[in-house]
Design a binder for this molecule. Structure first.
Ligand code: ATP
Length: 241
């Protein structure tokens, strides 16, 4: 596998005065998919928010694509190539599906070739079920359709890494399968992903590596198959005996 894309060392983050993340260190290589796992409240969404600089935080290192990005705003991180799909879908419900796609303006001068750029046509090949819905108001879509639209909009910003928060939560099984297939296609297109996901079925066959969080700390970082048994043990302790 290729070069390092993202590297974080000793990231701490707070909601108001309550510390939510503790000394998180990890890295992601170009083209790698990491499953971010852990029980409810373990800190998965919080870690993704911290990577987008949405929390009070500090870290010894946050390098993205060869640059120290610790001082960048959320907007600047997006422009540099970090795409975030939060749990609560971010779409304009009063606009149609097509209008939602058209307002997602990609950053200029990304250095990407035409083949690498995510155009509206290309994202629709990833989510063909959106095609017959293009003229429909986003408010009238199902949860799964809104989820697909949110991912499509984020891809149009041509991210180098996608932070996907619980893509399978609350959506129909068919949509889960479509989303999983889309993730596999994104990986084939060279995208890196961090998938915050509790659904072990979703991450199997998609991610090679997993990071398990417990109470805001990384308690496992390694091959996915080992993380599965680690999760099945219940709530593991940080130190092994
Ligand atoms: P889930 O799948 O249930 O969302 P998660 O692993 O994503 O779980 P987080 O949502 O990141 O967990 O929550 C981590 C901790 O931070 C929890 O203790 C939660 O109560 C707390 N937390 C989350 N959001 C806030 C907030 N806005 N203000 C204060 N505390 C929060």
């Amino acid at each position: 596998m290729s070069e390092l894309l993202l590297s974080v060392r000793n990231l701490n983050a707070w909601y108001s005065h309550a510390q939510a993340l503790f000394n998180i260190s990890f890295s992601v290589k170009s083209g790698e998919i990491i499953a971010l796992m852990g029980h409810n409240g373990a800190g998965k969404s919080t870690l993704l928010k911290a990577l987008m600089h949405l929390l009070t935080q500090n870290s010894e290192q946050f390098i993205f694509d060869g640059t120290d990005v610790r001082k960048l705003s959320t907007d600047a991180l997006c422009r540099r190539g970090i795409g975030w799909v939060p749990e609560d879908r971010r779409i304009f419900t009063n606009l149609t599906v097509l209008e939602n796609l058209k307002v997602a303006r990609p950053p200029k001068n990304t250095g990407l070739t035409v083949a690498q750029i995510w155009s509206i046509e290309r994202v629709l090949t990833l989510f063909p079920s959106l095609v017959p819905l293009l003229k429909r108001k986003a408010a009238q879509l199902s949860g799964g359709e809104q989820q697909m639209l949110t991912v499509a909009r984020t891809l149009l910003l041509n991210p180098k890494i996608l932070l996907l928060d619980e893509p399978s939560e609350g959506v129909a099984p068919l949509v889960v399968e479509r989303m999983k297939a889309a993730v596999i296609e994104m990986k084939a297109a060279g995208l890196s992903l961090i998938l915050a996901e509790q659904n072990t079925h979703f991450v199997q066959g998609v991610a090679e590596r997993a990071m398990v969080l417990l109470a805001g700390k990384v308690v496992f970082d390694g091959v996915l198959s080992q993380a599965m048994s680690y999760l099945n043990l219940g709530r593991p302790s940080v130190t092994s005996e």
